[in-house]
Ligand binder design. Structure first.
Ligand code: PMP
Length: 335
């Protein structure tokens, strides 16, 4: 018998036509937008809550508090509803309106704070930790350093990809928010074949590309992508087996968001477009290193329906100085 929580994970893996043609090798996308909360973060949410129950920290009727760009909050709200817990979410106020509306609709208590740097005591992660400490019967999910997050991918996402690709995986890459997905899938795949190349795909404005390339945490540029872009080595990233790194601009990521929608009928967020561009770069790199027909997997992180007022809105794109999808530009009012 299945319960609602069994709907998390076991997502399909699809061969991406345009990206495979572009790379000249197979590029596969793990359909994480098909989780009940429509993102990859349902997996971490479930593992974090289950681990807190198992340790006795989370008691019946308790509260789960988390700081999140939104998707983890949505996952936690669904899991907490299914298990009888309350949810309090702290989110930076520059994230998508759709994610905030969704959190409220799911019954989470939503606290928004201005975006600020991690060193600032008012950063959303610190605010959420203090709120958890002050709330009776509450736990702090702490997805950035809580390794129950990456365990979800070591035990779930990685073996699923391995089986779905019949044990023939040459490369895996994705961007990092907490690092749970990259580190967990990386570790899980390396357990099965240590020759699998694990690569970071970083957006601009994040510090990890320089860290893995040159040993220095240094950010350059900026990105409008939500949920990705990290400035420190989180607990989940510690010991992650990273062999290579790529940096992808929003413009290139958006081009793939547009092509995946128009050519393959996949409506996705920008982190998915950036991941696919990174997977193409990894495929080309493996070929240049002499591998014949490499097979590369990446993550299609969340649904584009979460960004109708931003990524899929002509005025928003133009305001950010980003190219407007050609099928949207006709819908723009003159001035
Ligand atoms: N894409 C989106 C849309 C996300 O919300 C997140 C999670 N913050 C990620 C990618 C990155 O996942 P992870 O936290 O496992 O690094």
């Amino acid at each position: 018998m299945k319960t609602s929580l069994d709907l998390i994970g076991n997502t399909p893996l699809v061969l991406l036509k345009g990206p495979s043609e572009e790379a000249g090798c197979e590029i596969w996308g793990k359909c994480e937008f098909m989780n009940p909360g429509a993102s990859v973060k349902d997996r971490a949410a479930l593992y974090i809550v289950r681990e807190a129950e198992a340790s006795g920290e989370l008691q019946p009727g308790g509260t789960v508090v988390e700081g999140t760009a939104g998707n983890t909050g949505i996952g936690i709200a669904l899991v907490a509803n299914a298990l009888g817990y309350r949810t309090i979410i702290v989110m930076p106020d520059n994230q998508s309106k759709e994610k905030m509306d969704t959190l409220r609709a799911l019954g989470a208590e939503l606290v928004t704070v201005p975006p600020t740097k991690y060193a600032d005591a008012n950063h959303f992660q610190h605010v959420s930790r203090r709120l958890a400490e002050e709330t009776e019967g509450a736990i702090w999910a702490g997805q950035f350093d809580n390794t129950a997050n990456r365990k979800a991918h070591i035990e779930g996402t990685a073996p699923e990809i391995w089986e779905q690709m019949d044990g023939k995986v040459d490369g895996f890459t994705c961007a990092v928010g907490t690092g749970g997905t990259l580190a967990g899938v990386g570790m899980g795949l390396k357990e099965r074949d240590e020759k699998v190349t694990i690569a970071l795909t970083d957006p601009h404005g994040a510090a990890l590309y320089n860290y893995y390339a040159h040993g220095e945490l240094k950010a350059e540029g900026s990105s409008v992508a939500e949920g990705i872009g990290q400035g420190r080595i989180t607990g989940n990233l510690e010991g992650a087996p990273i062999d290579a790194q790529f940096r992808i601009s929003d413009e290139v990521g958006l081009e793939w968001v547009a092509r995946l929608l128009r050519e393959e009928g996949l409506c996705l967020g920008l982190s998915s477009g950036i991941n696919v561009a990174g997977a193409i770069a990894l495929g080309k790199d493996l070929k240049a290193r002499g591998l014949e027909n490499p097979r590369v997997a990446t993550i299609l992180c969340d649904t584009g329906f979460r960004y109708l007022s931003s990524l899929y809105n002509a005025d928003w794109l133009a305001e950010k100085g980003l190219p407007v999808f050609d099928w949207l530009s006709g819908a723009r009012p003159a001035n």
